[in-house]
Design a protein around this ligand. Structure first.
Ligand code: AMP
Length: 174
């Protein structure tokens, strides 16, 4: 499987969820075992020597590949979820989206000051979600934060809002 073949397996949906947005639909790649293997192997190569202790996936499209990498690295998976979904005590952060405010949460006992974490989501657009996710993780005073996306939309320049101490990497660029 080549990078170009995986890119071709991602389907474009014009005007979803609203007019003017070209939605990158990864479900067409997720259903191909060869694409999933490629995601797993590429991520493993990039992160195997970083000393990562936990992988945090962002609800919900970040839940697809994050646990697969967690298993390969022999580390645990931590879900970061929309407000009201996690059952135990949580720490939360709110951030503005195009329409209104969103809140995301982590369980209070999910991360410690000894953790080196990788936060994963499927796609970097404007960066709003992941920047908030990093701020939330910083409330736990973790040792280091890596950030990863399967896809980055370069023209939106989503990287510009991140703190400099955060290492960002994307497998595919459009
Ligand atoms: P953002 O906070 O703008 O970086 O948006 C990131 C989140 O919205 C990710 O979790 C993506 O799943 C989703 N998203 C935003 N724009 C797109 C797009 N053009 N295609 C697919 N997913 C998108």
């Amino acid at each position: 499987m080549t990078e170009e073949q995986v890119k071709k397996a991602i389907r474009d949906i014009p005007d979803f969820p609203s007019k003017g947005i070209l939605f990158k639909d990864l479900t067409t790649a997720f259903k191909e075992p060869s694409c999933m293997k490629w995601f797993e192997n590429e991520l493993y190569k990039r992160y195997k020597d970083k000393g990562i202790t936990k992988i945090v996936g962002i609800e919900s499209r970040g839940f697809v590949v994050a646990p697969i990498l967690g298993n390969r690295l022999n580390i645990g998976f931590v879900p970061m979820r929309k407000k009201g979904k996690l059952p135990a005590e949580t720490v939360e952060i709110s951030y503005s989206k195009e329409y209104g405010i969103d809140t995301i949460e982590l369980h209070k006992d999910s991360l410690t000051t000894d953790d080196i974490i990788l936060i994963h989501d499927d796609l970097l657009a404007t960066g709003g979600t992941m920047i908030a996710a990093c701020k939330l993780a910083k409330k736990f005073n973790v040792k280091k934060i890596y950030v990863n996306f399967l896809v980055e939309l370069d023209f939106l320049d989503g990287r510009k809002g991140f703190d400099e101490d955060i290492e960002i990497d994307s497998l595919l660029h459009f």
